[in-house]
Write a protein that binds this ligand. Sequence first.
Ligand SMILES: [Zn+2]
Length: 265
Amino acid sequence: MKIGDLTVEPVYDGVMKMPATAFQGTTEQLWAPHKRFLDADGRLEFALGGFLVRAPGDRIVLVDAGIGDRSGEIRNGTGFFRGGELLSSLARLHVRPEDVTDVVFTHLHFDHIGWATRDGVMTFPNATYQCDERDWQHFREDERVQPVLGPIADRLSTWSSSGPLGPGIDAMSAPGHTPGSTILVLSSGAARAMLLGDVIHCPVELLDDEWSGMGDVDPELAKRTRNALAREIEGTDVPVAAAHFPGMVFGRLLSAQGRRSWVVE
Ligand SMILES: [Zn+2]
């Protein structure tokens, strides 16, 4: 995907599957018109991974760092996750860990920071690591975050409001899923695209304001943030993608006769 002078490519780490009704308050009936977002078994399929953004000034930016080299069961064995492929996915894009200049976390849930370090050492030794200060304060002692980011805390820098992170890359605060959840806005000239972090897990959340999210720290705020995002991108030509969309594809939110629809790029 090209956005003017920037390119953005998915960096696949693995997959996670769970029952569709893992979305709070949803039923099989509610999912019936949205089967296209489910796999052949009727389960939700989530990609795991991040995005590689090549930006002016030879910046090679990794947005989120996958779940890491791990796998396991979730939701009492009704689902599973499996990571482990992020570095080989980067290699396929001809990027070595030492080539990465920036690692930017949309938020600090464990499935977005997995490859940040290995045995307490930075996986991307020449990169600056950045996240929102509010997420750092919220998660720094978390049992799944501290072992990964604690050892490199002195190398982690934070931002505390919306603003530029680098050429063509801006942080847009989108709190609710986590206190410091951030959407990354990529822009070049008139072209724009967005990486949504976990503000949206599945495009179905953009279609209906009442649809609930997953694992939100503040569900009410997360809902307001999602609804504001949907209104902002509805009917525009701004492609959006999130790390958990199956295939990590970009799509656009169309609007006709008061109904929203999701179209993959
Ligand atoms: Zn996630």
